[in-house]
Ligand binder design. Structure first.
Ligand SMILES: Cc1cc2nc3c(=O)[nH]c(=O)nc-3n(C[C@H](O)[C@H](O)[C@H](O)COP(=O)(O)OP(=O)(O)OC[C@H]3O[C@@H](n4cnc5c(N)ncnc54)[C@H](O)[C@@H]3O)c2cc1C
Length: 348
């Protein structure tokens, strides 16, 4: 059982044990049994944010395969089982006349993984609409319900992703969506331009979804088995968040490297901090689209932030490429990029 068959980047060696869990009871039982044996455990969703070592995983992999979507009594409240396909959930809610998830269209993986790194795209984050998460607590050996405020959501992170909290296995996620057919106000300039509207305007949620999917396809960010540029984990690095002093240092390095008139792009990240696009830093450090060390893993030809396996890559080769990029950006700009995916059996 090679985990490469269960990851979107098609990498990863064998698992010692592999248990598909189609019901909540079975999921909890499989997790509890692995814990009782003292075995390493890996919860597997759609495998779209996982980089697994070529040596594989010497423990039990429990694959989340639960199903169910339930509309609550309050209008716009929807509870989704962890194993539901995420993009299917987005499509269904829009078809039901609910808005709030449309900008998260086309993101691969399962609903239960969306709180893990607080998935986000095109100006929306899933934490904005999550009201609660039901999870199995491996330490307390019981099911708990966490309100959104207890989930520790941040930029591409949450308490579920931080190490101390790998103990929580997400069982279901409840969303509170707007019971109206119009999208949330569009906040992302590229999406607004594609829709021909101003920032803050609304369009039918279905139209926003279609535009997001179209933009994502152009960047290789919608899985297409025929397109090797989509054989990735999405963005490999998170956009660095810098304070004013760090930004000044990056600006000075950018002017020295790329010319006096160079402007470093940035987005406000609150509290006087800014987010600088990692893709911009990577390109200016000399790693363009398609860049490769020659052993297979390469930068996507459509998006600098995605590292892809065109078919012949190994996880070792992928990580060597990631290290080369991280070191190159650090040498050029003094910024240390951190990986976005969960690394299993490998380090950057
Ligand atoms: C082409 C492409 C585009 C992408 N675009 C985006 C994007 O725009 N925005 C974005 O935020 N992400 C993006 N991603 C990353 C990824 O799709 C998301 O992080 C997604 O939510 C991962 O879901 P998954 O089910 O595949 O999780 P997996 O990869 O299977 O797991 C990821 C982590 O979550 C844990 N996990 C999974 N399910 C559970 C559970 N039920 N309980 C506890 N832990 C669990 C796993 O153990 C692992 O640590 C993209 C990925 C790809 C391949």
């Amino acid at each position: 059982m090679r985990l490469a068959d269960y990851t979107t980047i098609r990498l990863g060696g064998p698992a010692r044990d592999f248990v598909p869990a189609g019901t909540e009871e079975h999921l909890i039982e499989a997790v509890g049994a692995a814990d009782a044996r003292g075995e390493p455990l890996l919860i597997l969703g759609g495998g779209s944010n996982l980089v697994v070592a070529d040596e594989g995983f010497d423990g039990t992999v429990v694959q989340v395969a639960t199903r169910g979507v339930r509309h609550g009594a309050e209008p716009g409240t929807v509870t989704v089982a962890a194993g539901e396909d995420w993009d299917g959930v987005v499509a269904r809610t829009i078809a039901a006349g609910l808005a709030g998830l449309e900008c998260l269209s086309g993101i691969p993986g399962l609903a239960g993984a969306t709180p893990i790194q607080n998935v986000g795209a095109y100006g929306q984050e899933v934490c904005e609409t999550i009201t609660q998460v039901r999870a199995y607590d491996r330490d307390a050996r019981r099911v708990r319900t966490l309100a959104s405020q207890e989930c520790g959501f941040g930029y591409r992170t949450s308490r579920f992703k931080r190490d101390e909290a790998r103990r929580l296995v997400v069982l279901s996620v409840t969303f509170r969506l707007a019971a109206e057919p119009l999208s949330a106000p569009v906040r992302y300039a590229e999406l607004a331009a594609a829709l021909g509207i101003e920032i803050g305007d609304q369009v039918p949620a279905e139209q926003a979804r279609a535009a997001v999917i179209e933009l994502r396809k152009r960047k290789g960010m919608v899985i297409d088995p025929a397109d090797p540029d989509t054989r990735s984990v999405g963005s490999f690095f998170v956009n660095p968040v810098l304070d004013a002093a760090a930004l000044r240092a990056v600006e000075a390095a950018a002017r020295a490297r790329c010319g006096a008139g160079t402007t470093v792009p940035r987005f406000g990240a609150g509290d006087g901090l800014v987010k600088v696009p990692a893709a911009w830093l990577i390109e200016r450090a000399g790693f363009g689209k398609g860049y490769s060390q020659g052993d297979g893993a390469r930068i996507s030809s459509k998006h600098t932030l995605a590292l892809v396996n065109p078919g012949s890559a190994t996880t070792a080769g992928l990580m060597a490429l990631a290290r080369e990029i991280r070191d190159g950006v650090r040498d050029a700009f003094g910024v240390s990029l951190t990986p976005e995916p969960v690394l299993v059996g490998v380090t950057l």
